[in-house]
Design a protein around this ligand. Structure first.
Ligand code: V47
Ligand code: SF4
Length: 383
């Protein structure tokens, strides 16, 4: 027999969830979360080891709601991939090609300008630009690209070039990282996207991307960007060969860097897509891994204001659920996405503002359109 509806409601209410967590194996972590104490490496490991997913979600949601209440952010953005030609050949990447290989592309500055021009009628507030580590594209190309976008979209924020691309440019041009950053800033880049961090573990990097900028180098570029007033995001690529301990250590390295500079805007756990990569045989991620990774990042990264559930990699439905497991942001409309989709992402390539807001409302949250810095965008009539 079904229980009476009042009992059903009681069995799902937050107060019942709290009582369950208080009695669970995570009770001491609950005490710390309530007190606002910083969680330790050991706490992070225990959270990943636990399969009490609802307790983990409850804890992460406490922090998420302490930061943001019901507010859930989205951005009207446009992604532009200027090239997929890359010298690094990371094993997890289905997007890149060696120079001369079939499927490689490089857009001219004019072709990028056309992509921006085609959508000038839309109220886009962020242009996200990334490519690969091209062997010989001159620095002037990057600067012209940014200046051209800025000319056409002076009011939008340009979030462009990962720490890996920046270090690669510095190396190719025999410039210092800070000279490259300063020139990009003067051309119009305000924020570096969070890509290229992958997993900071040397073991994993050796297996998956030995050619790529190492973890110290990645952190150093981010910190130097912060030092000159740029902001940046940070990612973790999870769901391949990394261990839970390596995920925790990655998050703690970011927490330490954020303590130093305060320049990171948001943390983005990127769910690994396996197709067409050198890792097609790895066990596919589970829903538990997705939700635990979001939740543990919310709990460990107490100095990051935002945790992004990037719907392109997670799928819109999992991203929506993540809004109750620590995430407060869905990223944006995107429109054209290659990195995840060339690796088999099943999500759409675009969501309209109405669709994004519908997902947020259906999760019982309050949609807020934001810019790259999470300033609310003035009421546009879309909300
Ligand atoms: O650095 C590569 C990752 C990143 C795969 O800053 C893969 O707001 C999943 O960083 N499966 C680029 N991920 C994307 C990125 C990003 C995306 C959206 C927003 C922001 C932001 C940053 O994509 C790469 C790499 O870590 N990646 N291959 C793959 N098969
Ligand atoms: Fe190149 Fe980035 Fe792909 Fe690695 S992940 S191969 S650096 S485009």
């Amino acid at each position: 027999m079904l229980p009476p509806s009042a009992e059903v409601e009681e069995s799902f209410s937050p107060s019942v969830a709290r009582r369950c967590v208080e009695k669970s194996e995570l009770a001491d972590i609950y005490e710390k979360v309530v007190a606002g104490d910083r969680l330790s490496r050991e706490d992070g490991l225990r959270l990943f080891q636990s399969n009490d997913l609802l307790a983990i979600g409850f804890l992460a949601n406490l922090v998420r709601e302490r930061f943001h209440g019901e507010k859930t952010y989205w951005v009207y953005n446009q992604h532009i991939n200027y090239s997929n030609i890359c010298i690094n050949g990371c094993r997890f990447c289905a997007y890149s090609r060696q120079q001369g290989e079939e499927g490689g592309f490089l857009l001219t500055v004019d072709q990028v300008a056309t992509k921006v021009k085609e959508r000038l009628h839309e109220p886009i507030t962020e242009i996200h630009v990334v490519g690969g580590c091209h062997p010989d594209l001159p620095f002037s190309y990057y600067l012209d690209l940014v200046r051209e976008i800025k000319k056409m979209r002076p009011e939008s924020v340009i979030k462009a070039f990962t720490a890996v691309e920046v270090a690669h440019l510095a190396h190719n041009e025999r410039l210092s990282v800070s000279e490259v950053l300063q020139a990009l800033k003067e051309a119009g880049v305000q924020v570096l996207p969070g890509g290229g961090a992958e997993v900071f573990s040397n073991r994993v990097r050796q297996l998956l991307c030995p050619e790529k900028l190492n973890s110290d180098g990645w952190l150093q570029v981010a910190k130097e960007a912060h030092l000159i007033g740029m902001r940046s995001n940070a990612t973790l690529l999870y769901g391949h060969l990394e261990t839970a301990a390596e995920r925790v250590d990655h998050m703690l390295a970011l927490r330490e860097a954020q303590d130093e500079t305060g320049g990171f805007i948001t943390f983005i756990p990127l769910a690994f897509q396996t197709a067409n990569t050198g890792l097609s045989g790895v066990q596919p991620r589970t829903g538990f891994t997705d939700l635990k990774t979001i939740a543990v990042s919310r709990l460990l990264l107490d100095n990051f204001a935002h945790i992004k559930a990037y719907w392109i990699m997670l799928g819109a439905k999992m991203a929506q659920i993540a809004l109750h497991f620590g995430a407060d942001d869905l990223d944006g409309t995107v429109m054209e996405e290659r990195i995840g989709h060339m690796a088999g992402a099943q999500s759409a390539e675009a969501l309209t503002p109405d669709e994004l807001q519908g997902l947020i409302r259906a999760a019982g949250r309050q949609p807020v359109e934001r810019d790259t810095f999470f300033n609310p965008v003035a009421e546009t009539g879309r909300a």
